[in-house]
Design a protein around this ligand. Structure first.
Ligand SMILES: N[C@@H](CCC(=O)N[C@@H](CS)C(=O)NCC(=O)O)C(=O)O
Length: 97
């Protein structure tokens, strides 16, 4: 599963969402607008900062932050194996946001 921390008004998030759409990839969107300490805490733990967009690929463990890194990763990864349902449910339980 691809998990994307983003928010509507963030132009960098828009680029990441557009690329996901172009590649027809499913993803779980976490709304992370400024001023949400509980989401900032999760992002800081995973990525070292709360900047959006940020993406976690639960299949590979890859953690990406910034539109360029995310798009580059997606372009390389677009042909990879489908998400495993077992990993997905584990990832859902980790994201208590
Ligand atoms: N270089 C990043 C820029 C990301 C960025 O500036 N995101 C803004 C929201 S649109 C943000 O998280 N600002 C909060 C902060 O800078 O702490 C990218 O290309 O994605």
């Amino acid at each position: 599963m691809l998990v994307l921390w983003q928010f509507e008004e963030c132009e960098h998030s828009q680029v990441a969402r557009r690329r996901l759409t172009e590649l027809a990839l499913d993803f779980l969107a976490v709304n992370a607008p400024p001023g949400h300490p509980e989401k900032d805490g999760v992002m800081e733990r995973l990525f070292g900062s709360n900047k959006t967009p940020a993406m976690w690929d639960t299949r590979t463990g890859a953690l990406l932050q910034g539109e360029d890194a995310i798009c580059r990763y997606l372009d390389q990864d677009a042909s990879s194996e489908p998400t495993s349902p077992e990993v997905d449910s584990e990832a859902y339980s980790l994201i208590e946001v």
